[in-house]
Design a protein around this ligand. Sequence first.
Ligand code: CTP
Ligand code: MG
Length: 171
Amino acid sequence: MIDIPELALVALVGISGSGKSTFARTHFRPTQVLSSDYFRGLIADDENDQSASADAFDALHYVAGKRLAAGRLTVVDATNLQKHGRAELVRVAREHDVLPVAIVLDVPEALAWERTEARADRDFGRPVLARMHRDLRRSVGSLAREGFRKVHVLRGPEAIAAAEIRYERLF
Ligand code: CTP
Ligand code: MG
């Protein structure tokens, strides 16, 4: 059971192919989920255009802030493997007195690769995924220190598939 406050900024954390977008679709309403792919598409007409990432994240953080200001649960569907990117999420959450929460999807690199290779819309090589996996290993231990108030680590596809979200009342 994943306990999250009914108003939270939820950061999904996981390598490509770990199942973040699938998890987001399963557990949250479409409008609650801000995905970096979607924002890259808005900016650059191409969800894979990495050169649009900085602008895409600016826009994503802006929208996240507007949602949190209105008291709406917000989920960030991005790999969130870099400390500086996560720091922005913690900053936006704090700015609106909202708790930042991390849900880590930790799957074996080989499984993520199998899934990613099968996708027509992903064309990076295995070394890129290996780098993400190293970044994930490094990230897991530091999330709490970075300001995430709850850190849920789902280890393996079974744990991810079995996860249920339970909302905690704030008052
Ligand atoms: N998938 C699957 N079984 C799961 C979860 C995902 O077969 N339990 C498949 C999805 O259908 C998709 C691929 O694996 O084709 C990647 O899943 P996705 O949720 O898109 O992974 P993300 O973590 O969102 O990947 P990315 O960071 O590249 O967006
Ligand atoms: Mg995705």
